[in-house]
Design a protein around this ligand. Structure first.
Ligand code: BDP
Length: 693
């Protein structure tokens, strides 16, 4: 028997434990649920949901259909999980008269009457998106009957591009194997593909290209069409259309023709028959995504034809049934001017020559998904062509899935940029859309790092509405994914918002770019100067020597600046007044150049590396303080990744500083720590098993 005092002591100890670790009781989480956790509401928010206590109902006379069924099922699932009682008093009414998802998905949510909330729109797609939007509001703790939304998507195509291969590997994938199990399809459809579709529908993603842009033609063979049909059927109720990356030389590779010349009648017939075959299986097939005459891929230029000839030929094969997405990511070995100029030079003269069902897909910056680039000059420069924005969600150049970098600020920087041609970059793609290179794999948490889920989420949200702020997106993501606790959000949202700048600082500060290791792009390799093609070499991009560093893209250099309209170019022409974040992108400057901080360029460079390293240390400390707010499993995962990032940020900083010193012969700026190792050490590091190649 315990004595009274002992009981009191034990109780006190237990209470103390509970107070110290309020989430000890929380269930272990592995990240699989993404932003669809619908964690039980508490306190006032729960009380409000209980008072509302809705049942989900279709408006009288509504035609039934699979998409509406998905909306209803998700609402029921979400409401139950959030804590809505079984006894209903109120109602959520789905008022979307037309079946199917042919509309754009615009929806309104409003209260009508005391306890009824109506989700309304033209067809079932509206109710699908409306249902997820309402669940998001509820999951954020909003008062159900005060929810009033009136939304429509900013652009027609909100797309994920998977760089997944037929063998299950993923080019630039850092989250395990591909989610597409081609071998077991079409008979076996992984349940994961349904959860994937739910997650996408929740953020408005409406198109998915399932295979790598470096595509073998086999994806166009009948067995793959049958497999793709199974996926298309499964995703249709979630409003997702499938696209295929198509290899331009397919008529030769698998069609038995001697040529793939887009003007050859036999080639045109072959593609038309192929399109008919696909549409017979998949009536709402989205179309083809094409990487042509880029990095060794075949294309129309192999036959002396233009990109427009190639794209229009495929557009003719698809007809009004689908869309050709033609990538502008091209650069050729024989053009020694400046890689950053080549896409513009090849495509802008073709403005007006692309068919209406062709969209030209342009990377956010003129080189290649770097931690920071100025926006691509093609945006706004092709007013007679539908353009699409391509961003990279998978962090090929930003630390794979082990560095925490929230990318909404990166995309926003481009989307919000004024092109000087009557609008922003976002305006320039309103007729086309946004495509993000997916960071999704078969890892239990889908994306490798838990915070990489935020990048998938942010990309979808921005494609729906590029006017959202990075902070809004970070907050709603973190609240749904981790928890609504105000103290947690106050710490973690700013951490996310600063994280991409941290990566820029410790990898490629001041507008430097493309300094990553050859092929795998893991870690620093600014010393690589001897690869066969000049623009594969980091040296090509930084141009550092004893005299200075940076790429002169002004009139005295490559004049890439001239591809921007004068008002935009003017902002970057003068290194003394311009935004120094892209200083060395546009200018080659002496090491003793005075930056606006008063420091020499050399000292400023080292300062920024150190700032990046320090920022990661702060991120790690911030996260460490969140232990009480996060389930143990995900807390430990993120903490582990941050340790990797702390180590690798130092590696980037030290290796870079050691290399620049070997070039400029300068002593370290006052107070700067010497690199942990000598340059030879960093140069000798090799990573034969780095993922994603
Ligand atoms: C580069 C990647 C390469 C892709 C290429 C592309 O390193 O794997 O194939 O982009 O976008 O950044 O086609």
């Amino acid at each position: 028997m315990m004595r009274g005092r002992e009981v009191v002591n034990r109780l006190a100890a237990m209470l103390l434990l509970l107070a110290l670790s309020p989430v000890q009781a929380a269930r272990a989480e592995d990240g699989y649920a993404l932003w669809l956790r619908y964690a039980p509401l508490k306190g006032e928010a729960l009380a409000r949901l209980r008072t509302f206590a809705p049942r989900v109902e279709a408006a009288p006379g509504t035609v039934e259909g699979p998409m509406l069924a998905v909306a209803e099922a998700e609402l029921k699932r979400g409401l139950a999980s959030l804590g809505a009682p079984a006894q209903t008093k109120g109602a959520i009414r789905l008022d979307c008269p037309r079946a199917g998802g042919g509309g754009d998905g615009a929806f309104r949510i409003h209260a009508d009457g005391k306890r009824r909330l109506v989700i309304a729109g033209a067809d079932h797609r509206a109710c699908l998106y409306g249902a997820f939007a309402l669940l998001r509001e509820l999951a954020l703790g909003r008062d159900p009957l005060a929810v009033a939304l009136d939304e429509h998507p900013a652009m027609p195509l909100r797309m994920l591009d998977h760089w997944d291969n037929a063998d299950g590997s993923v080019e630039r994938g850092y989250a395990g194997r591909s989610i597409f199990d081609w071998w077991r399809l079409p008979d076996h459809l992984d349940r994961r593909l349904i959860d994937y579709a739910r997650a996408n529908a929740a953020i408005g993603i409406d198109a998915v290209a399932v295979n790598n842009v470096n595509a073998p033609a086999i994806f166009l063979e009948p067995r793959f069409i049958a497999r793709l049909k199974r996926i298309a059927d499964a995703w249709r109720p979630y409003g997702i259309r499938v696209f295929l990356s198509a290899r331009f030389s397919a008529p030769r590779d698998i069609g038995g023709l001697a040529t793939a010349d887009p003007l050859d009648p036999g080639v045109r017939r072959w593609w038309k028959a192929k399109a008919d075959e696909i549409y017979a299986a998949i009536p709402d097939f989205g179309g083809f995504l094409v990487k042509a005459n880029s990095e060794g891929q075949p294309g129309p230029q192999d036959y002396g034809r233009s990109h427009a000839d190639g794209a229009n030929m495929l557009a003719a094969a698809l007809g009004p049934r689908g869309t050709v997405i033609w990538r502008a990511f091209v650069y050729s070995a024989d053009d020694d001017s400046d890689r950053a100029k080549q896409a513009y030079a090849e495509f802008v003269p073709l403005d007006g020559r692309f068919a209406d069902t062709v969209i030209v897909q342009v990377k956010n910056g003129p080189v290649d998904f770097q931690p920071r680039e100025p926006f691509h000059p093609m945006f706004g420069a092709m007013p007679k062509t539908r353009l699409m924005f391509e961003g990279q969600i998978t962090k090929e150049y930003l630390g794979f899935s082990t560095h925490l970098a929230f990318l909404a600020p990166l995309w926003k920087e481009a989307l919000d940029a004024g092109t000087g041609r009557g609008g922003t970059v976002a305006d320039a793609v309103r007729g086309g859309g946004m495509a993000g290179v997916a960071n999704i794999g078969s890892d239990r948490n889908w994306t490798g790092g838990h915070f990489d889920q935020a990048n998938w989420y942010a990309f979808g949200r921005l494609a729906w509405n590029p006017g959202l702020t990075s902070a809004d997106i970070a907050r709603e993501w973190a609240a749904q994914t981790f928890g609504r606790d105000a103290a947690f959000l106050k710490a973690v949202v700013p951490m996310m918002l600063g994280s991409r700048q941290a990566v820029v600082d410790y990898m490629t500060p001041l507008g430097l770019a493309h300094l990553m290791g050859t092929n795998h792009h893991y870690g620093p390799a600014p010393w690589v100067c001897d690869l066969p093609r000049p623009e594969w070499n980091p040296c090509y991009y930084h141009r550092a020597d004893a005299g200075g560093i940076g790429f002169d893209r002004t009139a005295s250099g490559s004049d890439a600046l001239a591809q921007y309209v004068p008002s935009v170019a003017a902002k970057w022409r003068d290194p003394k007044t311009m935004d120094e974040d892209v200083l060395l992108w546009f200018h080659h400057l002496p090491w003793d150049w005075r930056t606006r901080s008063g420091r020499s360029l050399w000292a400023e460079l080292v300062h920024r590396y150190d700032r990046g390293v320090a920022a990661v240390d702060t991120m790690a400390a911030t996260w460490d303080a969140q232990r009480a707010h996060v389930d143990a499993e995900r807390f430990a995962d993120v903490a582990g990744d941050l340790r990797v990032q702390q180590r690798e940020a130092r590696w980037w900083r030290d290796a870079s500083v050691a290399y620049w010193q070997s070039v400029n012969g300068l002593p370290l700026p006052e107070g700067a720590a010497p690199p942990a190792h000598n340059l030879a050490h960093y140069r000798a590091l090799a990573f034969p098993e780095a993922p994603g190649i």
